[in-house]
Design a protein around this ligand. Structure first.
Ligand SMILES: NC(=O)c1ccc[n+]([C@@H]2O[C@H](COP(=O)([O-])OP(=O)(O)OC[C@H]3O[C@@H](n4cnc5c(N)ncnc54)[C@H](OP(=O)(O)O)[C@@H]3O)[C@@H](O)[C@H]2O)c1
Length: 339
């Protein structure tokens, strides 16, 4: 076990999670080839180290099947009790259309079957088009399924504050919203965090490492060409860096991060994740895991061994002040998916 007790969070009364979640978009196929057998073998290393919580989605290629197969292997090799130490948070991302009870249940049943569970720990719902109000029907039917025991908790992903409020006012209990939140993209601090604090909703952050750009490897380097950015994640966040202030300013950020990292004897990635874990209402940071390709368990474990101090925050502020306002430019959380 690599992780200390401080890595754990009582996320809900019945779910205790690791605050660094393993992101499974990285097994979807758009981040390079994944070897399924090896990938599932590697999942043992993650839970043995204490990284017991997985973030996935219905559309992340084989991610839900990997959870299903991993559970089967875990049970066969270590018995039923071992399953209690595993949390798997999936998503449902339907095409906007009329939502019937039958359609919602059919899709939840698919995830249950693929993941080999009777109840989903958490279902994070995404909706592409706010003008289509059917999202409220979908959530009402998911609540029925929750009451019937197919879902433990309802959550959202990429909802803005305005629509999170509409859903909350409709009486639907949401435990978390998964949004982009990083040293580059601090939009949740504008409105989302305050609303979540008031309504006891937690944030799960993605993009925390900017796909891997927040890393020593890019310090002092010229801007990478699109061809050299080998994953969909790197390309996504390279665009975000452009919008935020560009490569030159990003180099200033990396250089300040390196100073802070050296002070704490950790890595730039550790500082990037630590910063997000210290933000209000953040339950956890999701760090992409390219199972069977790369692995950063030892390094990511260091996130729980230190805190950022006032001086560190002051140094970061000097760069934040020079960056563009992404809230003005893009809008609230998730608006980048709806332009
Ligand atoms: N809800 C949504 O709309 C949404 C959108 C995007 C992502 N997500 C979730 O968030 C997860 C994370 O994805 P992301 O795209 O945001 O990527 P990310 O976590 O910012 O970056 C992941 C990459 O960072 C690198 N990395 C990890 N630990 C490192 C360390 N200690 N030092 C140096 N590099 C390190 C790895 O690169 P290498 O593999 O190259 O080593 C890894 O593939 C996804 O899997 C998914 O679960 C959700």
């Amino acid at each position: 076990m690599l992780l200390p007790e401080t890595s754990r969070l009582q996320f809900t009364t019945d779910l205790n999670i690791c605050r660094v979640l393993n992101g499974m978009w990285q097994v979807s196929g758009v981040h390079g080839h994944i070897n399924p057998t090896q990938a599932i073998q590697e999942m043992f290393k993650y839970i043995d180290a204490g990284f017991t919580t997985w973030d996935l989605a219905d559309h992340y290629g084989p991610a839900e099947d990997f959870i299903g197969e991993f559970r089967r292997q875990l049970m066969a090799s270590r018995g039923q009790e071992a399953l209690a130490n595993l949390q798997a948070f999936t998503k449902w991302v339907p095409r906007p259309a009329k939502m019937t009870r039958q359609l919602v249940e059919k899709n939840i049943d698919i995830s249950l079957k693929r993941m080999g569970v009777n109840t989903l720990d958490l279902i994070q719902f995404h909706w592409w088009e706010y003008r289509d109000k059917n999202y409220l029907d979908a959530l009402h039917y998911m609540r029925e399924l929750q009451q019937e025991g197919k879902i433990k908790h309802l959550a959202l992903t990429n909802f803005d504050t305005e629509h999170l409020k509409i859903i909350t006012e409709a009486g639907i209990k949401i435990v978390s919203n998964q949004v982009q939140f990083s040293l580059i993209d601090r939009r949740p601090l504008v409105k989302m965090v305050e609303f979540c604090q008031l309504h006891n909703i937690q944030l799960l952050a993605y993009g925390t490492l900017a796909g891997g750009l927040l890393n020593e490897q890019y310090l002092g380097q010229p801007e990478p060409g699109l061809m050299s950015l080998s994953t969909a994640s790197l390309r996504k966040y390279n665009n975000m860096v452009d919008a935020w202030g560009g490569w030159h300013l990003f180099q200033q950020l990396l250089s300040i991060l390196k100073q802070i990292a050296d002070q704490h004897q950790v890595s730039i990635a550790n500082i990037a994740v630590r910063y997000i874990l210290e933000q209000p209402t953040v339950a956890g940071a999701i760090v992409g895991a390219r199972l069977s390709v790369s692995e950063h368990l030892q390094d990511n474990a260091r996130v729980f061994n230190f805190n950022l101090d006032r001086e560190d925050y002051q140094k970061l502020e000097t760069v934040f002040r020079l960056s563009r306002d992404l809230y003005q430019l893009i809008g609230d959380c998730g608006d980048e998916y709806r332009r």
